[in-house]
Design a protein around this ligand. Structure first.
Ligand SMILES: [Zn+2]
Length: 311
């Protein structure tokens, strides 16, 4: 499997257009030892030919253009190596990029029934995806079940890869109407995913709500885990004047603290741990900060745009 990080920041990117925090100002001024990042987006290929997107970020068009492997083959009037998109939530940052893919292109979208309802019934603008012939096809992801993904017509052929989604609980986005929210099951709001092929696997969870410890155990058995690195501390947005909610209230386990991700991830795991979905306020973005060093000393790498992995 080939994996490429197309974007590694949380919603808003780094720097964020309307943010005057220490990190964003320092990056603009060139006084901070840090690298700009676009909004979180992963792509992976089971065979080096067909690619799948994990999430559909608001920066997706730019990210696709910056990635030669995702360009159509020359000489083909239409077509794309992108075969599908896996959605981990209905957050704006996870689904908005679908609108960048509206150019009469057919592909698969894999999502829980609830995420499909939010995108399809709450947001008519996504109907543009139906203009393709054949239209974009939605496939159901059931948390707890393993989805075998095959190419070609033969249902008895061995799967190319397996996707194992896990329900993490977590909240639905706040743009959803109260009426729809009442009917949506909590286990379909935010999922983590594990992708497996030939004994190798990687895990992806850009949002880890507080009760994700069981999933962390299973992620630790993967070869690579891309994990929620949104916030360093629980009160980070309050301290930086960027919001009134704690990290946990926003569905993100902070990195620091006795109950944080660094302390809770299984210590003896050989898994490569990559922090992704990093908010622009997070001090780990400053490469000269204590927090940056603490993360590296704990054995975690910090994702940046363009990183590649092969399993
Ligand atoms: Zn900022």
């Amino acid at each position: 499997m080939h994996i490429r990080i197309l974007g590694s920041a949380a919603g808003g990117g780094f720097p964020q257009w309307n943010c005057g925090c220490r990190n964003c100002c320092g990056l603009r001024a060139g006084s901070l030892q840090a690298t700009a990042r676009s909004q979180t987006q992963l792509a992976f290929s089971p065979d080096g030919r067909v690619w799948f997107l994990l999430g559909a970020s608001p920066d997706l068009r730019t990210q696709l253009l910056a990635t030669p492997q995702l360009a159509p083959a020359s000489g083909e009037a239409t077509g794309s190596p992108v075969g599908g998109v896996f959605l981990t939530s209905a957050d704006v940052d996870s689904v908005m990029g679908l609108l960048h893919m509206r150019e009469f292109q057919s592909f698969f979208v894999f999502a829980t029934p609830a995420i499909q309802r939010v995108v399809k019934s709450e947001n008519r603008i996504f109907d543009v995806l139906l203009r393709a012939d054949p239209p974009v096809q939605w496939q159901t992801l059931s948390p707890g079940a393993r989805l075998a993904c095959r190419f070609g017509e033969d249902p008895s052929a061995p799967p190319s890869f397996i996707c194992a989604p896990t329900a993490l609980g977590g909240e639905y986005p706040d743009f959803i109407s109260a009426e729809l929210r009442r009917t949506l099951p909590s286990q379909e709001s935010v999922v983590a995913m594990r992708f497996e092929q030939s004994g190798k696997s990687f895990a992806f969870a850009p949002a880890l709500p507080e009760n994700s410890l069981e999933w962390l155990q299973s992620a630790a058995a993967s070869d690579i885990a891309f994990l929620d690195g949104t916030f360093w501390s629980d009160d980070e947005l309050i301290q930086t004047g960027r919001g009134h909610k704690t990290a946990r209230e926003m569905g993100h386990l902070p990195l620091s603290g006795r109950d944080g991700l660094l302390a809770q991830f299984p210590k003896d795991s050989p898994c490569r741990k990559i922090l992704i979905h990093i908010n622009n306020t997070n001090p780990i973005l400053d490469e000269n900060s204590d927090e940056h060093r603490l993360v590296r000393d704990a054995g975690f790498a910090i994702a940046s745009d363009g990183m590649e992995f092969t399993l």
